[in-house]
Design a protein around this ligand. Structure first.
Ligand code: AMP
Length: 211
């Protein structure tokens, strides 16, 4: 089974993607993380990726597509959950084409909806572990008492999680990701969900729709 989860930054899509990956044995494909990992290396694209991410704008489709092709060439157990891609129609079509060439298909698209004010509030409270990449939220998913990760790594605010950059990222999301949702709706594979509810309630609704 292959699932796409769409939602603005701070919509809770990462949390739902992780829960779905665990429940159905799916490989989580998180393009933000894949790109951040490359940006930290001396890969020829590293500097360019880092600068785009810091500006809060999308990395070029050329780079993203190369990263996706490489990632999708690996075996993926029961399937994949795409978190952070597609961000526009070319990425959506690319994912469907690669899956088709492997005799698979995109089964479901989930769209988590939250207001801009709620998204900014949630993202500002987000902290990431420098060591293992685990993400906490100071309001909804706080770290253990000593303000360190479970793995004892240091928790920091992501460089692109500051208000100015967040607003740009939300704009980039609205512009092109909504077109993907519209297309998935036409294809009859879209579930739109109100993301301003408890995590467990949203998860239950997604699971009952999938089943
Ligand atoms: P995210 O962690 O999904 O919020 O992504 C962080 C940043 O990585 C974004 O602001 C973009 O610069 C870049 N990025 C992540 N996924 C994509 C994508 N599918 N296409 C283009 N850029 C992306």
């Amino acid at each position: 089974m292959n699932i796409v989860i769409l939602g603005s930054q701070g919509s809770g899509k990462g949390t739902q993607a992780k829960l779905l990956a665990e429940k159905y044995g799916l490989t989580q494909i998180e393009t933000g993380k894949l790109l951040r990992d490359i940006a930290e290396t001396d890969h020829p694209w590293g500097k360019r990726i880092k600068s785009m991410m810091l500006k809060g704008v999308l990395v070029s489709d050329k780079i993203l597509m190369a990263v996706l092709k490489q990632t999708l060439a690996k075996p993926a157990g029961n399937g994949r959950i795409f978190d952070g891609t597609p961000r526009n129609l070319p990425q959506y079509e690319l994912i469907k084409n690669i899956l088709k060439s492997r005799g698979e298909k995109l089964d479901r698209v989930i769209m988590l909806k939250v207001s801009e004010a709620e998204a900014v509030k949630r993202i500002s409270a987000r902290r990431i572990c420098k060591n293992c990449g685990r993400i906490y939220n100071l309001i909804t998913d706080p770290p253990p008492g000593d303000f360190k990760c479970e793995c004892k790594g240091e928790l920091v605010q992501r460089e692109d999680d500051y208000p100015d950059v967040i607003k740009k990222r939300l704009k980039a999301f609205n512009k092109s990701t909504l077109e993907v949702a519209k297309r998935a709706l036409r294809e009859g594979i879209l579930l739109e969900i109100d993301g301003e509810r408890p995590v467990e309630e949203i998860f239950r609704e997604i699971v009952s729709w999938i089943n």
